[in-house]
Design a protein around this ligand. Sequence first.
Ligand code: AMP
Length: 541
Amino acid sequence: MLRGLMQDAPLLISSIIRHADLCHGDTEVVSRTVEGGIHRYTYADVHRRARQIAQALGRLGVGLGDRVGTLAWNGYRHLELYYGISGRGAVMHTINPRLFPEQIAYIINHAEDRYICFDLTFAPLVEKLAPQCPTVRGWVAMTDRAHMPQAQIPNLLCYEELVAAEDGSYEWPRLDEWTAAALCYSSGTTGNPKGALFAHRSTVIHAYAASLPDVFNASACEVILPVVPMFHVNSWGIAYLAPLNGSKLVLPGAGLDGKSLYELFEAEKVTMTAGVPTVWLGLLAFMQENGLKFSSLKRAVVGGSACPPTMIQTFAEYGVDCVHAWGMTEMSPLGTFGSLKAKHLKMSPEEQFGTRIKQGRAIFGVEMKIVDAEGRELPRDGKAFGDLLVRGPWVTTGYFKGEGGDILRDGWFPTGDVATIDPDGYMQITDRSKDVIKSGGEWISSIDLENIAVAHPGIAEAAAIGVSHPKWDERPLIVAVKRAGADVTREELLKFFEGKVVKWWIPDDVAFVETLPHTATGKLLKTQLRQDFKAHKLPTA
Ligand code: AMP
């Protein structure tokens, strides 16, 4: 081998914030705080305070590889912890506060977190958790002395006091780039949560890839507001790619309702945002009810669960390019982005739409293939569907502490999604393999049925699930939430499916409910729905 002559510079997370300080030191980071009000400072400030908190963690005895948990919204202190914890060689463990307390305690104990940093919102939760978490030496309230919680929390520390005690003269260590940097437990809906452990190297490569023009298209001219939480797979990489590119960052805190988001979008001139479909339902409904428009937003990235085609259309009516994205916790998380190619731009809007609704093409670095039950690769013809497998430098090799054993198949990670891939490389998810409706040995896509249901003007949200049927094994049931003031009937909704899918795909029944259950990351919780409607008697049965 003739060895190349380039330098061996490890890819480290600390380099991102140092770079942001040197090249974008005056670029703003704006946060809506839990204490109330808006906080504003710059990447130079983030870098200084990240070094201070890194020093403080050292003083608390946090060593290489130790896990430090966070229970926090998207805010500036959380951002400092992203860099302070990982930068010093410890592992930042973001915990989803929307999980059940028993699951959170399980996760903290499994991760053996040494310290947990929490936003004030979660003080009552922490009070409950503390007695159940023996590995945690201290609980850090992410606030100043004046706002310290009154809750009965043992070894309670004040974040601002920890920061103030340090001078920030910390030199980031030159770590091995394979050092673990962050830990995130997957929000899998069955079994115990399992940890994906990201390395510095994988995180930095992912941040580069996520910045590409056909991905987030980040730059120093953008203003990015991640609605996706920093506890949902590192806000899909935004907490890294924004400082890497010098994009202004706007962090919404706990204000995720339509009104709070809209006001922040407008006040800070946000140009790009990202989040799961459920949050956009709230924002778009608020705008429709109040006859509002966006003055600066250009791009909304939607992922985490299938983006209903109607949502892409509604965003388009507001002049916003809604881009569909797909990924998984186990993939850091980005796998595909639905950006169009030049040839699509020459097509009619209807033809373009056929591509826009797909989950998108693989980002360079991610390899994808679909296989049949025997593991044979299926054609990339946009029609054949099978199990989606992936591999690449930011895809996991296995879960933290070996949970679940050897999960790879010949080096490929089985996503659990069922998908097609077309000749242009666009992947479309038919279903989560656990969610497909199996009718008479054939598969019905629950996502397709949901997309049609929510296209009905009277429907706000819908889930399609399989309900047992004596003849067909399973038949589809739509569980739907009506739009406020709408008066749609079961018959009307079923009729709406006619001509949109083959006859045998048309659901057998509709159940209207007030709300649908969601997972902690905002996906429809179909395991619960299947349980709730287990005894549902279909009229066709
Ligand atoms: P999580 O690890 O919680 O982000 O969940 C990953 C799973 O969410 C994927 O395996 C998919 O089943 C689902 N998912 C993510 N993005 C999308 C999308 N754009 N369309 C459909 N499903 C998605």
